[in-house]
Design a protein around this ligand. Structure first.
Ligand code: FES
Length: 518
């Protein structure tokens, strides 16, 4: 049976139909990216009298927001003990406050506006079930979180149907349907000089007295302020974000199971990793179960990750039916705290929100509130911990070197391996082959049509890797992804891939077409 690869959240919401940008316009704030951070920032700024324009390359909330586990929690695996040690208690307090505030923000908005988005209060657990070395770390995390005012306890029992060695429980957390929530918020944005544009990709920014956002439609948005909330910043502004972040992929599946789904939201720190929560569905509940994180385009065939999770879930629950499976991509910063604030010290009117790791629900909302405060008041109580210009610690500097070394290896490593010297592919298969003496990406679709591509990433030139589960070419360096036909699935790349005979893509951004505009 062909399984459904659309994320549950997207499959259970109506498609949006906001217009493309067809004229040059002027607003107070241009917001690039229609995910949770961009939509929340637009909502808050419009409430405060600003005219805003959200510019989304695809459809709003379909990208990262539509692929998450949608836990609204300040529990970000084990973060507080480490953050206190790295940054000190005052800075860690900012992170705790920002994320705790984000939970209350969503709760109040949902209740105050009667938003139908399956919002439910839940406890959140981080546990270890087979590795004793994590027990002490989890105890310390509970103490650190409690010292920052979070209602957190170390516990030896959880609602899970198997014993754990220890867990930290955060109380008063929540979960929801992220797209139902975001679309409800988005409805408030258009009108009175504010806009949402879909199918419009921002390709550059020029900052002079005002900022000009150029798009692939050949039309521009001019604005006093710009917020880059495009997951990975599409515009770097010499902020060196490409050297300060790395992408990871992980996998999620939705199942009907025999048992009652444990009450709460769970993630472990030992191996094999798993994350799970319930989701109301057709009068009952389904299980969302995920894990298998790995750096993008590194490691084994991607389809293996789904199979590993299918096996793991069956060791815990009795699966009646698999409904959906999908993957997601997250960006990690060097010290695991997002970059939110001015893009660089030389771009006073351009703001960025990125690097949410796997914890984009509360961090996106916190980011929107921080940037709204920076625009309106010039400061935010949480600006220091999130500042993209914060000083890099010695520990993070070590990671910086490691990550860069990895990127350098990816730039050349693929070029040194010998590709297959003939195109020998079954239908539905892809791999690197030799074509006219050059390493070339090849994919044969179900009908036997062959697609050949120059698989040098159009961002900064790393060699792309075949992703057999999603039928895409993925970049190990900064996470750009391309469909088997060369069109962009996600950036930072702005140019699609070409047939090797045509050479590296040189077309102008304003004549590009992009995929997934359903
Ligand atoms: Fe940066 Fe590919 S080289 S995403």
């Amino acid at each position: 049976m062909e399984r459904n690869t659309i994320p549950y959240w997207i499959a259970t919401t109506e498609d949006t139909n906001y217009p493309e940008l067809t004229d040059d316009i002027n607003v107070d704030v241009g917001i690039v990216g229609g995910g949770l951070a961009g939509i929340t920032a637009a909502h808050l700024l419009k409430e405060n009298g600003f005219k805003v324009a959200v510019i989304e390359a695809d459809r709003i909330s379909k990208a990262t927001t539509g692929h998450t586990t949608a836990k609204i929690t300040s529990q970000h695996s084990l973060i507080y003990d480490k953050t206190i040690k790295t940054f000190g208690k005052e800075m860690a307090q900012q992170y705790a406050d920002a994320n705790q505030h984000a939970i209350k923000f969503v709760r109040n908005l949902v209740k105050g506006n009667d938003i139908q988005c399956n919002f439910e209060d839940k406890s959140a657990y981080v546990f270890t079930y087979q590795d004793p070395k994590y027990v002490e770390k989890i105890k310390k995390e509970a103490e650190a979180a409690a010292s920052l005012g979070i209602s957190a306890q170390f516990v030896l029992e959880t609602p899970l149907p198997f014993p754990v060695l220890g867990a930290v429980r955060f109380n008063d957390q929540a979960q929801f349907h992220p797209i139902k929530y975001a679309l409800s918020l988005a409805k408030k944005i258009p009108g009175e000089g504010s806009h949402i544009f879909e199918g419009t990709r921002a390709v550059d920014i020029e900052e002079e007295k005002t900022c000009t956002i150029k798009t692939n439609k050949g039309k521009k948005v001019t604005a006093r302020h710009v917020i880059i909330a495009s997951h990975y910043p599409f515009y770097d502004g010499k902020g060196m974000y490409f050297a300060r972040m790395y992408p990871e992929r992980s996998y999620l599946l939705a199942f009907k199971i025999e048992e009652i789904i444990p009450e709460g939201m769970f993630i472990n720190v030992d191996t094999p990793g798993m994350t799970l929560r319930s989701q109301p569905h057709e009068g009952g509940q389904i299980l969302l179960f995920g894990g298998e994180s790995h750096k993008t385009a590194h490691g084994e065939q991607t389809s293996t990750h789904y199979e590993n999770l299918r096996k793991l879930v069956r060791t815990i629950f009795t699966v009646k039916e698999e409904l959906y499976h999908w993957s997601t991509q997250d960006y990690y910063t060097l010290d695991e705290i997002p970059y939110v604030g001015k893009l660089t010290s030389n771009t006073p009117n351009i703001y960025v929100a990125t690097g949410f790791r796997k914890w984009g629900m509360t961090n996106a909302i916190a980011a929107a509130i921080i940037i709204k405060d920076l625009i309106i008041k010039g400061e935010s109580p949480w600006q220091d911990i999130y500042s993209p210009q914060r000083s890099t610690t010695a520990k993070a500097a070590g990671t910086f070197i490691t990550q860069n070394a990895d990127v350098a290896v990816q730039l050349v490593s693929g070029k040194l391996e010998n590709p297959d010297d003939h195109i020998d592919l079954g239908n539905g298969e892809g791999k690197v082959v030799e074509y006219k003496g050059k390493r070339t990406g090849a994919y044969k679709d179900r009908d036997g049509k062959l697609y050949l591509l120059d698989i040098t990433c159009t961002h900064l030139g790393c060699e792309l890797q075949w992703n057999d589960a999603e039928k895409s070419w993925d970049c190990p360096c900064h996470g750009s992804r391309f469909s088997y036909d060369g069109s962009i699935i996600e950036g930072p790349a702005l140019y699609p891939l070409n047939h090797p005979d045509k050479g590296r893509n040189q077309v102008e951004p304003n004549v590009l077409t992009f995929k997934n505009l359903s």
